[in-house]
Design a protein around this ligand. Structure first.
Ligand code: ARG
Length: 457
């Protein structure tokens, strides 16, 4: 088959060379954007008198017909045409004949593909932002139901101090808020039009780049034609933001997996988000959480793949750039699906409040409370820490807890200890009393939730 760029060639490519060079097996996903880009370009060519009004209209009619066929799944692409741009152009030729060849005036596939990617990512990021927003809403609702649900707070995976489960959930809310902000901030660098940079140097035709940018809804235009066709920062930024997002989801998934283990039983995931075992009838596995945790790997991989592709590439376009697409498509799909599943999983998860609370009753995570109590009575905190440390050791040796120590014994240590110490040692009041700004005290969690609700609305 004669190539659209075949003029200077005498020999033919072998099929397997065509296959290796082709991107149509994945860049067909840019078909919608490619046609939109062409519609904007041809309108500008007509308006600037670069082609006649009649030619413009013929091309527009052809492109609109392709648009419709695409929506009805009626377009077939072939590797003979290498990529989505050449496929669309050749389909357009089938529609309207040789006048289709005027479409590519003052344009190159280099600015065309960059335009498609910008359009694609702009839409994707808007979608991602919406999904993050939805997950944040789910988190706030769950947190509100669990302001007074007491759970062990961990450091080093060891019981540290009791906390509110609502507070724990709100920590993830905060991470996701930053993820959403990052995605939002990246829009200004995605929302830029490379169209009109042509191959690398601009063009001698009197084009109007502002017009095509406006047609496509871009808020800005690349100032430098070389930069316009060789910039892939906006994709890398997306992959990097997606990696951070997946890291957050993965940490949360890890906790959920742990919490629904037999040893914890803090939560139960809905059947919809769990699977069984083909051999062990009792199993209920948190597959979806594990899979999100696992898919984090491919998103990081996509970031590193493209960083590595881009490293050392000279200006301007290089065919290496064709490798920028699959990771972007895969990442978009992965994060959108992960966010949707995450929202459903958290929304439907059953919280075993009693089990969580019990885990804070038979432990020594109230030791800080006792040290704080002594410090409040005037003891230097270091000294209080030492005294409580010794008591903790005794408890461990005797298999008892700080709240089991009789008042007489406490008073031998310090006559200032009174019966109210037992109330302080209770995990519910330990949480409640942490009134410091941003702490786990119920009042603090409540105001955090109020602030979040205001942010969300
Ligand atoms: N399929 C190519 C890509 O994705 C389109 C641009 C091709 N440009 C070129 N001069 N070969 O990068």
């Amino acid at each position: 088959m004669k190539k659209l760029w075949g003029g200077r060639f005498t020999g033919e490519n072998k099929d397997w060379i065509d296959t290796f060079g082709a991107s149509i097996s994945f860049d067909y996903q840019l078909a919608k954007q490619d046609i939109l880009g062409s519609l904007a370009h041809v309108k500008m060519l007509g308006a600037c008198g670069i082609i006649t009004k009649d030619e413009m209209q013929q091309i527009q009619t052809g492109l609109k017909s392709l648009q419709e066929k695409l929506a009805n799944n009626e377009l077939t692409f072939t590797t003979q045409n290498e990529d989505i741009h050449l496929n669309i152009e050749s389909l357009l030729t089938e529609e309207i004949g040789p006048v289709a060849g005027k479409l590519h005036t003052a344009r190159s596939r280099n600015d065309q593909v960059a335009t498609d990617m910008h359009l694609y990512l702009k839409e994707t990021v808007t979608n991602v932002i919406e999904k993050i927003h939805q997950l944040r809403r789910v988190l706030v609702d769950k947190a509100e139901e669990n302001i007074e649900t007491i759970m062990p707070g961990y450091t080093h995976m060891q019981h540290a101090q009791p906390i509110s489960f609502g507070h724990h959930l709100m920590a993830y809310y905060q991470m996701l808020t930053r993820d959403q902000e990052r995605m939002q901030e990246s829009v200004s660098r995605i929302d830029v039009s490379p169209l009109g940079a042509a191959a690398l140097a601009g063009t001698t035709f009197p084009i109007d780049r502002q017009m095509t940018a406006d047609e496509l809804g871009f808020s800005d235009i690349y100032d430098n034609s070389l930069d316009a066709v060789s910039d892939r920062d906006f994709i890398l930024e997306f992959l990097s933001n997606a990696s951070l997002l997946m890291m957050h989801l993965s940490r949360f998934c890890e906790e959920m997996i742990l919490w629904c283990s037999y040893e914890f039983q803090f939560v139960e995931l809905a059947d919809t988000f769990s699977t069984g075992s083909s051999i062990m009838p009792q199993k209920k596995n948190p597959d979806m959480a594990e899979l999100i945790r696992g898919k984090t790997g491919r998103v990081y991989g996509n970031l590193f793949q493209l960083l590595t592709v881009m490293k050392s590439l000279p200006l301007a376009y290089n065919k290496d750039f064709q490798e920028d697409k699959e990771g972007m498509f895969d990442t978009s799909e992965t994060i959108i699906a992960s966010l949707e599943i995450m929202s459903g999983m958290i929304e439907t998860m059953k919280v075993n409040q009693a089990t969580m609370q019990q885990a804070t009753e038979k432990d020594l995570s109230n030791a800080t409370e006792l040290a704080d109590y002594l410090a409040n009575k005037g003891l230097p905190f270091r000294q209080a820490h030492e005294i409580v440390g010794k008591l903790v050791l005794e408890c461990i040796q005797q298999g008892t807890y700080l709240q089991d120590i009789p008042l007489e014994k406490y008073q031998q240590i310090s006559p200032s200890i009174e019966a109210d110490v037992y109330d302080k040692l209770n995990s519910h009041s330990a949480v409640k009393n942490r009134h410091s700004l941003g702490g786990t005290g119920f009042d603090q969690v409540k105001s955090q939730i109020e602030k979040a609700k205001a942010e969300l609305s």
